[in-house]
Ligand binder design. Structure first.
Ligand code: BTN
Length: 325
């Protein structure tokens, strides 16, 4: 589609002025066709400035999700090679789970979600243009799949991507939250799909939601975003590609013991809750404990006030007040 091609060309030279003639020549169409495409893109809300007699400029802050822009930023071999970029969808995780015959590594991203899913049946606020909402399909290799470890892999990938693309010093709160400055910037929800006959995991969908724009008022106290932390806008395509670029090797390395050790080392380095007091939920009776670290399988080690250590492999923890990253 010409509009998409024009936008991709401008995105590749974001912030610079590109002449109508250059666009027309590169795309093999007339200048009038380019002008019409630009006009339509502007009407759709893209921040393109027309400079009289010199050309068109896509502003750095423009944040339209664009399939070719994400694809051209990929260095992966299978993650994201098959990719859907959607406008608004109920939930990218749900959409991907219902997609027939999607290949290993298939990725769905959306501009917004009307029923974004969080852990423990909660919802995940996903305003249009408000964040990077990503779901990745992973089919198991030879070994049985450890879906909890996939979440750990995703957390390490997202934290690294936020740091390299946006300069954000991201910390991890076990097991699936990325924090910065005491507030959550990203949540991860990994959902396994069982095969009915074999009763084993057929595939897993790793869902990642990163807040990029101002967060809604109702979660201002607990959540933050790329914009709120850095003032940057227009990073979603790069950020998504970088998350996928980092996730693939981490995910592949996690199959080997040595790789797993290195991933856990990075996870521990970013874990900011060691020594903090937490409420451990999910046990029959919630209890308060102090975080000691992460065990070799990615479980959380805590010590309760009676001095007993526990390895938590499921459930969740809540940080006690007045503590933060
Ligand atoms: C949590 O913090 O509880 C997990 C939030 C996970 C949100 C992401 S956004 C993309 C994917 N699709 C969903 O419906 N949920 C995940």
């Amino acid at each position: 589609m010409l509009k998409t091609d024009v936008l991709h060309r401008l995105e590749a030279q974001k912030g610079q002025i590109v002449t109508g003639g250059q666009l027309a020549e590169a795309l093999g169409v007339s200048r009038t066709a380019v002008w019409k495409a630009i006009h339509a893109l502007q009407l759709e809300g893209n921040e393109i400035t027309s400079h009289r007699n010199s050309g068109y400029q896509l502003m750095e802050t423009n944040d339209t999700l664009l399939l070719p822009a994400i694809r051209s930023g990929l260095t992966t071999s299978f993650v994201g090679r098959s990719l859907d970029v959607l406008q608004t969808v109920h939930s990218t995780n749900q959409y991907l789970k219902e997609l027939p015959d999607a290949p290993n590594g298939h990725v769905v991203v959306a501009d917004g979600q009307t029923a974004g899913r969080g852990r423990h049946g909660r919802s995940f606020l996903s305003q249009n243009r408000g964040g990077a909402y990503i779901s990745i399909l992973i089919r198991p290799g030879a070994d049985p799949m450890d879906t909890r470890f996939l979440t750990i892999c995703a957390a390490v990938a997202v934290a690294g991507a936020l740091e390299s693309v946006c300069g954000i010093d991201a910390g991890i709160k076990w097991v699936n939250d990325i924090y910065c400055g005491g507030k959550k910037i990203c949540g991860i929800l990994t959902e396994a799909q069982m095969s009915a006959e074999l009763q084993e995991i057929e595939s897993a969908v790793v869902g990642i939601g990163i807040n990029t724009e101002c967060v809604p008022d109702e979660i201002q106290g607990i959540a933050t975003s790329v914009f709120e932390l850095t003032g940057q806008r227009g990073v979603r395509n790069r950020l998504i590609a970088e998350v996928l670029n980092r996730f693939e090797p981490i995910c592949l390395n996690s199959a080997a013991e040595d790789g797993k050790r290195r991933i856990l080392a990075e996870y521990r380095r970013r874990l900011f809750i060691v020594g903090q007091r937490v409420l451990v939920k999910g046990a029959r009776t919630p209890y308060i404990a102090t975080v000691c670290g992460i065990d070799e399988s990615g479980g959380l080690i805590v010590r309760d006030d009676g001095g007993t250590s526990h390895h938590i492999i499921s459930g969740e923890i809540e940080l006690m007040k007045e503590q933060s990253a």
